[in-house]
Design a protein around this ligand. Structure first.
Ligand code: PLP
Length: 429
């Protein structure tokens, strides 16, 4: 999910390539150049061409407890032997979905949260946006439909995620306005602009504001001081639902279980995925505040229904993996460990910025870092060079290199990664 440049194709035989279409990339650029990962162990990955690479991004910000963990494989095996899954529609539920629901409600920063489960972050965003609109329609305030999202935001690529994308290239090409109409972008960091836009659009037309706490794919952008607090105040003032997208930050990446705690926010919904299983099974979901779910729980024939569900919602094997994964986070004290690693990352990046003139800016929060290069360098190229040094970084919007290793990374591995970035930058520069 990067705004990659389009150099000449690497392979002249594009049409004879693998059947697997690498969509979401410039196909001719990546075909024939893909590194094929076949094994992972801890923070390290092994490719079919014999490389051993440090996973400096935890895959797509997902592999928090590291790769290749037998306990999680065992949890999946045990559950599949017992019951692969059973849907949670109507008269049926499955025991693992019910159990993980309790665990997640218990740790949720939202008091008395209810859980809607599905299969990933894009799914979760679709649910949250649908529920926001459904909420206002049910309240008799159906004009409240607009979903606000921030410049450079990434919320996955299902219907709503595509439509509220702050990275324009992810939004364009699917309709005259966007795939789902009635969305609008707010300023990345200026609450005054947000307030002006709310006035211009009319709060009576706005359903919700969706935001990442720290923007990930948009370039690792921690919020400007006070920004999240200010927009969350505006949401309260104008009766706009606040949806906090914690698909990256949820389950420890800030050194707190959720970014809502880190920034002291009280969202109406929290979307999560990735870190709920560290990617060992596709699971995502939405934590929902009482004001939203209570009307659907009234004991009356007239009680409304929130029509949303899927075969794999609350998939029993994914939920069994998530349960075991929560035990690992707890028993290995990985969330406080992120707090320590965050300190190591912050000082290493500050040193990098002060010592390497080819670094334009560094940004970090929790175990999330971004290194923005000066214009004479390309993050794309530097990340290619990093692979040759044995490290995976990822080029993001704004000529930025993503740093987000697994929580089990050692201090010295993290320092080696930053040193490798410095070396790659210097050698290119
Ligand atoms: N929201 C955020 C903040 C993300 O970073 C992502 C994925 O990177 C998503 C949503 C979409 O999640 P998924 O890729 O699991 O659909």
């Amino acid at each position: 999910v990067t705004d990659i440049s389009h150099p000449a194709p690497a392979s002249p035989t594009l049409l004879d390539g693998p059947a697997l279409w690498p969509a979401q990339a410039h196909t001719p650029t990546v075909l024939g150049r893909q590194l094929v990962v076949e094994r992972g162990a801890g923070s390290w990955l092994y490719t079919t061409d014999g490389r051993r690479l440090f996973d400096g991004t935890a895959g797509l910000w997902h592999a928090n407890v590291g790769h290749g963990r037998p306990e999680l494989a065992q949890a999946a095996y045990d559950q599949m032997r017992q019951l692969e899954t059973f849907h949670i529609f109507a008269r049926y539920a499955n025991d693992k979905a019910l159990e993980i629901g309790e665990v997640l409600a218990e740790i949720s920063p939202i008091d008395r949260a209810k859980l809607i489960l599905n299969s990933g972050g894009s799914d979760a965003i679709d649910v949250a946006c649908k529920l926001a609109r459904r909420h206002w329609q049910r309240e008799g305030r159906g004009s409240k439909k607009i979903i606000l999202s921030r410049e450079f935001a990434y919320h996955g690529l299902h219907a709503f995620g595509t439509s509220i994308a702050g990275l324009e290239f992810n939004r364009e090409g699917y309709g005259s306005e966007s795939l789902v109409p009635e969305t609008a972008r707010i300023s990345l960091n200026d609450p005054a602009q947000v307030e002006a836009l709310i006035t211009e659009l009319g709060p009576e037309n706005i359903a919700a504001l969706v935001t990442e706490a720290v923007q990930g794919t948009g370039g690792v952008n921690p919020p400007a001081p006070g920004y999240l607090e200010a927009i969350s105040r505006l949401c309260k003032e104008h009766d706009i639902l606040l949806i906090l997208d914690e698909v990256i930050t949820g389950f420890g990446r800030m050194g707190t279980m959720f970014a809502a705690e880190y920034y002291g926010l009280e969202p109406d919904m929290i979307t999560f995925a990735k870190g709920v299983t560290s990617g060992y099974a596709p699971l995502g979901g939405v934590m929902v505040a009482p004001r939203l779910w209570e009307p659907f729980y009234q004991d009356s024939p007239n009680t409304p229904i929130f029509r949303h569900g899927a075969t794999y919602a609350g998939h029993a094997t994914a939920c069994a993996v998530a349960l075991k994964h929560m035990e690992i986070l707890e028993s290995e004290r990985l969330v406080p460990r992120v707090g320590e690693l965050a300190g190591v990352l912050g000082s290493a990046l500050d040193n990098l910025a002060s010592q390497n003139p080819l670094v334009a800016q560094v940004r970090y929060a929790g175990l999330l870092g971004g290194v923005t290069l000066s214009d004479q360098l390309s993050a794309e190229q530097v990340c290619d060079d990093l692979v040759e040094l044995g490290f995976i970084g990822r080029p993001l919007r704004g000529n930025t290199i993503q740093i987000s290793p697994p929580f089990i990374t050692t201090d010295s591995e993290l320092l080696d990664f930053v040193a490798a970035i410095s070396q790659a930058i210097t050698e290119r520069g």
